[in-house]
Every structure is written in C-alpha cells, then in structure tokens.
Design a protein around this ligand. Structure first.
Ligand code: KG4
Length: 329
C-alpha cells in the first residue's frame, strides 16, 4: 500500500508548528516556532500578538518542515490544519494557510480538532497503541476523561466544570510569582518542596467531572494571608492534590468502562509528578501510555497524525472550513 503523508498545521495558541507524518505514526518533521519569549513579558498569551506572529512565521515553518522531512510538496497527500478549539485569530492563520495550500495544489483539506491531536500524540510515540482506551486529557484549555472508541470516535465521560487544570497551574504560578508559562515552573519548584499543605479537592456525586476553581482560590488566599509561606511546599501540595483528583476520576472511568488501557495527553502530561503517578498505575494492571515530552504541549505532529486518521476515514473539508474557537470533541 502507498504511504500517506499528512502535513499538519497548528496555530491554535502560541506555537506556530508544521509537521509531516507518514501513515499517522512516523514523524518525518515537526517544526515548532514558539512565541513564549514574546508573550513572557505580558505574563500570558496576548491573542492579537499571537495571530500576527503566526502570520509572520507560517510560510517559513512550512518550508523548514518540507526540508527537514526531505520531501517536496508534491509528496504530500493531505493538508490538515487545526480548526479549533483555540484562539480564533490564531486558528484563522493556520486554517487560511491550509486552505490556500489546498486550493493552489488541488490536494485534500482535512480539518483537525486540536483535542483529537493531543490524543493522537500517543500514536506517534507508541506504535502499538490502538483504540479502545481511556484518555486523560490535561491541557491549558481542556480537562477531560475521554473514551476513545475508535480513531475518529470519542465519548467524553467527564470534564471540568470551570477551569482547565493547566489554567490552574498557570494561575498558581502567577500568584506565587513564577510567571508564564506557569506549568513547567510549578513543576520545577514543586520538586524542591513537600506536600505538607492541605488543599480542597472537589468531587461530584455520580459524575466524573472536575472542578479546579476551589483549589485555585485556596492557593490565592493562602498566599495572601500566610506569612513566610514556603512556596515550594505550596507548589508540591497543589500538584499532589490535583494529581490525586485526576487519578481518582480516571480510575472510576476505567472501572466503569472495563477498559484497562490508559493514555494521557495535553500540556500537563509533561508534568514530572503526574507522569510518575500515572506510571504507578501499571502496578494495578493498567497499561499506561504517555506522549514523548516534546509531543505533550502544542505541536503539529499530533495534528498530522489525527489528520491522517480523519483522511483515511474519508473526512474532507471545503474552502468554507472555518476556525471554531469553542469546538467540542
Ligand atoms: O496542551 P497545551 O500546550 O495547550 C493547550 O492545548 O491547552 O497546554 C498548555 C498547558 C499550560 O497551562 C502549561 O502551563 C501546561 O500545559 N504545562 C504544564 C507543564 N508543561 C506545560 N503543566 C504542568 N507541568 C508541566 N511540566
């Protein structure tokens, strides 16, 4: 059978990324042009600045990706941009560029849901992983427990009712003065502390949903009201508490579905403590999968992989494809 090459385009937030993936699993190129240094001075992503930088970077990043993969544009079978969820102006850059490439080359356009991409990051890292499995999706915009029934078939079993877990990490980082991007900084400082501070956990009866606003507020209040608070201990306590919550709900999902394969995905799956705790679930007979570190945060490799599965399942989009900032799974 002929190999299929997908060209993934990711511009949903602050990374301009283009990747080329063979048959959904083999990474030929994954170029990530990050805007973190640009947004750092504002303490977070400024949407308008993100869009403008995507416009400046996108052509260059496409060229680098083709060069790195050692292929020409003629070798590409489908163009697969992220069309949501994300920042609308940022998404529009990748969607418009993908549409222009598709129109000019007469190659199929296949839009990709960014969340499907985070799940697909595991397919590149683990060649043996096949649905069905449970995916714990923990990112800056989403926190969900997903039953991955097939490569293009998903059911959300639980989700956050307020903040995403990554938002809580970023907020805690800001409150304790670590700055942006918060998750990796909390991760680092937590490794120097001990989880000695009791923080609230939110659970809902008969539901696998999450809530992180309570713990976020508790951290803010503690930080304002406690003299000589040990920030490393606070970070370690926050990290331990949210990890306990996500693992407790995930175990319930595993029990409910009878599936014993678990994958994680999204920016927070780069967290060293979360990775350690997920790995421990192997002792309970659960097969666990995690993306390579570089595939946890936003990248186009995962988008090209998800795009491949859309493509072989006959999904096609026209030039009316639009950015959908609130796209659901
Ligand atoms: O997946 P991602 O790059 O973007 C979305 O699709 O949302 O996730 C970004 C989030 C941010 O909130 C960031 O702070 C968090 O992932 N993050 C981490 C770590 N690295 C990134 N959170 C905790 N520990 C980390 N090491």
């Amino acid at each position: 059978m002929k190999d299929i090459l997908t060209l993934g385009i990711e511009t949903s937030c602050d990374e301009t990324s283009v990747a080329i993936v063979k048959n959904g699993r083999e990474l030929l190129a994954n170029i990530i042009d990050t805007q973190i240094p640009i947004h750092e001075k504002y303490g977070g992503v400024v949407p308008e600045i993100a869009s403008r930088n995507h416009v400046e970077a996108i052509s260059r990043v496409v060229k680098y990706a083709l060069k790195e993969a050692n292929v020409t544009f003629d070798d590409i079978d489908a163009i697969t941009p992220t069309y949501g969820p994300g920042l609308v102006g940022a998404l529009l850059v990748g969607v418009s560029y993908g549409k222009a490439l598709s129109y000019a080359s007469n190659k199929p356009l296949v839009g990709v849901n960014h969340i499907h991409g985070h799940i697909a990051a595991n397919y590149i890292t683990h060649k043996d992983l096949k649905p069905p499995f449970i995916c714990l999706l923990i990112s800056g915009g989403n926190t969900q427990i997903i039953h991955v029934k097939g490569y293009t078939e998903f059911e959300v079993l639980g989700k956050t009712r307020d903040d995403a877990i990554g938002e809580a990490f970023d907020k805690v980082a800001r409150v304790v003065g670590l700055g942006y991007p918060g998750g990796p900084k909390v991760d680092k400082l937590a490794n120097e502390g001990k989880p000695t501070i009791k923080l609230p956990k939110t659970h809902f009866d008969n539901s696998l949903d999450f809530s992180f606003s309570g713990i976020k507020t508790a951290v803010i209040n503690l930080n304002h009201n406690t003299k000589d608070l040990n920030k490393a201990d606070l970070c370690a306590s926050f990290e331990t508490t949210v990890t306990e919550v996500i693992i407790e709900n995930t175990l319930k999902a595993i029990e409910q579905t009878g599936l014993n394969t678990l994958a994680i995905g999204g920016g927070c799956s780069a967290n060293s403590f979360i990775r350690k705790e997920i790995l421990k679930l192997q002792d309970r007979g659960i097969k666990t999968y995690m993306p390579d570190m570089k595939l946890c945060t936003d990248n186009a490799a995962m988008i090209a992989s998800a795009g491949y599965y859309n493509f072989i399942n006959e999904k096609r989009d026209g030039l009316d494809l639009n950015a959908i900032p609130g796209l659901k799974i």
